[in-house]
Design a protein around this ligand. Structure first.
Ligand code: C5P
Length: 257
């Protein structure tokens, strides 16, 4: 890693560096895992490399269907080149099946299929523990304008439809996931684009046949086997091949151009 690069921000799972051109940044995926607002922490070797590859694949596919994102390209095993955006301070959660905090809050059994997909907003604020907020709060406090909120909802629904199909095709149920959006300033215009990452750190992914968890709940709930689960997602997405002696336990990363 080039140590002379200016570090702009260090988050729980990623570091942001100044990019090579104005208006670009480099994001570095760490192996750190946190849960319950960072009360639980661990370093899980290899997690950052897999998330970098999974997020790359998903953002490339979204760019290909014309969905605007901050992603430009992957640079190496742990880093991506992205467009600099002004992050909108919301965690946008899309749910298809009850799980996690929704199940707890409303007393729904995990796995209950929701009557329709639900979008929730949390205010991004670690000190407050990212509280759930209503659309009214978002616009009243100016975290996003009504037009931006409309754009965020329309993009989130498209992303959900696309990802649900992508994962279904590889035998995985997309239970829920978290998105972040940012404002991209270009010439005299500003538009909302998808930012952050989409990976098993930010999604709930259940095996369609067995309902095995292939996501960060393995860490949150002390189930173990997190890297193996993330590798399984990567393998099904075609990112990993099994080593040539056929050992499933030792997948190798496929080099991309
Ligand atoms: O915890 P909860 O059930 O609200 O999480 C809903 C979804 O959002 C899960 O897929 C979880 O991984 C994701 N999430 C996240 N980062 C957070 C909170 C939730 O990626 N800070």
């Amino acid at each position: 890693m080039n140590q002379r690069r200016r570090r702009i921000y260090e988050g729980k799972a990623k570091i942001l560096y100044e990019g090579p051109e104005p208006g670009t940044l480099i994001v570095h995926y760490k192996d750190d895992a946190t849960a319950h607002n960072a009360q639980k922490k661990a370093v899980i070797e290899g997690k950052g490399v897999i998330n970098n590859r999974i997020s790359e694949l998903i953002f490339n596919r979204l760019n290909e269907i014309g969905l605007p994102t901050h992603f430009i390209k992957r640079l190496n095993m742990r880093e991506q080149l992205i467009r600099e955006v002004e992050i909108i301070p919301l965690e946008v959660i899309v749910r298809n099946v009850a799980a996690g905090t929704l199940s707890k809050r409303l007393g729904l059994d995990e796995g209950t299929v929701l009557p329709r997909s639900i979008i929730e907003f949390c205010y991004k604020n670690d000190e407050l523990g990212d509280p759930l907020v209503a659309e009214e709060h978002v616009t009243a406090f100016g975290w996003a304008t009504p037009q931006e909120l409309d754009d965020i909802m329309a993009l989130s629904i498209r992303i959900n439809d696309f990802l649900s199909g992508l994962f279904l095709g590889i035998g995985i149920k997309l239970v829920d996931f978290k998105l972040e959006f940012g404002r991209l300033f270009e010439n005299d215009t500003v538009r909302v684009v998808l930012a952050d990452e989409i990976s098993p750190d930010s999604c709930r992914l259940w095996d369609l046949q067995t309902s095995d968890k292939l996501d960060k709940d393995r860490f949150r709930r002390d189930l173990g086997g997190l890297v193996e689960a993330y590798q399984e997602v990567a393998r099904r997405l075609g990112i990993l091949t099994e080593s040539n002696n056929g050992e499933r336990s030792k997948p190798v990363l496929v080099k991309s151009d």
